[in-house]
Ligand binder design. Structure first.
Ligand SMILES: Cc1ncc(COP(=O)(O)O)c(C=O)c1O
Length: 433
């Protein structure tokens, strides 16, 4: 009989020994922080919307079972270890696919590029592949500069596009200062404030980059018409509009693209670039995409077809996995499921907010992407920890620490939503004790 592979890959050492190794050889402050939260545990077995830890908070305690309502920002849109996706990867490996050679052409990049073009808002037909979201964001910024021959970039205060140097330059100072990274041509404006955007977008600006729903910034919802006006401002000034759909795209809002009907059903804005990461991998094989209009390709690659490359970006294996993910997540029935589950979840969270209105200021979101804004940062942190104790993983927003972000996998079922809501309610009620 075949040996259970979990024995070979999960729980090889006791959790406390692994924490010591992690602290010694990976990152000690991270271990200290999680222990400080009372959550010094490591994920072990995982499947569907849940994972188990290797042990409890004390190594002698039994493993915890956690509902993953973080989904790693949308990585686990299809849950952990989705059997359909795992099978695709196994089949692709059996077929002899590998990473491929980035200098050569690739059957799988061609097929995935075509599938993405079919799913994109009209006119966005080209894709350059990467490994991480930050890499794909950097690509969009680079290409905007090559096309416009300008250096400026306007982004949102509180926005987050990654930690590679280009993406980092668009973000808040908290992440940049230690690395002495302050680029004069990069400016930030308040999200949703069209007048500030109009002032900032001058003829020196190459690109405006925005998340459709800033996640790290607090699950912010722009006023209706905001993105259409940003589009007009960019058009007037010849500026590229880059939409970061790393978290809000791929069906998270119940529409395939947040910028194209997902935010407001009557608002379908067509940017020049759409960037995806996280969920492109299905949590199984890393891939990111920077998709754009063909005139941009002509400007970037006209003198040198190899001017931008990524050795492991757009691997054949990653493309095969993403191809299967796109088939699942773009199915109208799947999107309908997200809409239904999102409505149920949003209703439940708003009820919890009403019951705790002295603690909670607002609940806002779209589809299965929700934020709970507390009146007090401390209450937000405590409620995150209480929810984790109740077995629901969610987190506060890195750039708006009074807000919890909640993103269950898109495959979440009705009974699971009901269970998660009970636990979140219990967690928040602990604040009163
Ligand atoms: C909206 C958004 N864009 C880009 C990124 C960067 O992705 P990565 O961490 O894969 O570089 C993130 C990561 O959290 C993100 O949330």
């Amino acid at each position: 009989m075949k040996e259970d592979p979990r024995k070979k890959y999960i729980g090889l050492l006791p959790q406390d020994q692994l924490l010591k190794l992690y602290a010694k050889h990976v990152n000690a402050p991270k271990v200290r922080t999680f222990k400080g939260f009372g959550f010094g545990v490591m994920p072990g077995e995982r499947s569907g919307i849940k994972f188990k830890t290797l042990a409890g908070v004390k190594s002698s305690d039994p493993p915890l079972e956690i509902y993953n309502c973080r989904s790693s920002g949308g990585v686990f849109n299809l849950g952990h270890s989705n059997p359909q996706i795992v099978q695709v990867l196994k089949d692709a490996l059996d077929a002899g696919l590998d990473i491929g050679d980035h200098m050569l052409l690739s059957e799988w990049r061609a097929l995935l590029g075509k599938k993405l073009a079919d799913l994109m808002p009209p006119g966005i037909t080209k894709t350059t592949f990467g490994v991480s979201g930050g890499e794909a964001i950097d690509t969009a910024i680079k290409f905007s500069r090559a096309y416009t021959k300008r250096k400026g970039c306007v982004s949102a205060i509180g926005g987050y596009h990654g930690h590679t140097l280009g993406a980092l330059a668009t973000g808040d100072s908290g992440f940049k200062e230690s690395f002495l990274w302050d680029i004069p041509d990069f400016h930030q404006v308040p999200f949703g404030d069209i007048d500030s955007m109009r002032k900032a977008v001058t003829e020196d600006v190459a690109c405006v980059i925005l998340e459709t729903i800033p996640a790290t910034g607090g699950v912010l919802i722009a006023p209706e018409g905001y993105f259409a006006e940003v589009r007009e401002i960019c058009d007037d000034k010849g500026v590229m509009l880059i939409m970061d759909e790393v978290q809000a795209g791929l069906g998270r809002t119940g529409e395939f693209w947040a910028i194209y009907g997902g935010m407001y059903s009557n608002e379908k804005v067509i940017p020049d670039f759409i960037v995806c990461g996280k969920g492109m991998s299905s949590g199984i094989y890393p891939l990111s995409t920077c998709s754009y209009k063909p005139f941009i390709e002509r400007a970037v690659f006209k003198d040198d077809a190899f001017i931008h490359i990524s050795t492991t970006g757009g691997s054949d294996l990653g493309c095969a996995v993403a191809n299967a993910m796109l088939d699942i997540q773009s199915d109208p029935k799947f999107l309908d499921h997200v809409k239904k589950m999102g409505a149920l979840f949003g209703k439940g969270l708003k009820e919890i907010a009403n019951e705790n209105s002295e603690l909670i200021k607002e609940v806002r979101g779209r589809g299965l992407m929700w934020g709970i804004e507390f009146r007090d940062e401390d209450d937000c942190l405590k409620s995150m920890l209480y929810c984790i104790q109740e077995g629901v993983l969610l987190n506060y927003c890195g750039n708006k620490k009074d807000t919890l972000i909640i993103m269950p996998p898109l495959i979440v079922k009705k009974n699971e939503i009901e269970e998660v809501l009970i636990r979140i309610r219990n967690g928040i009620q602990k604040l009163r004790k």
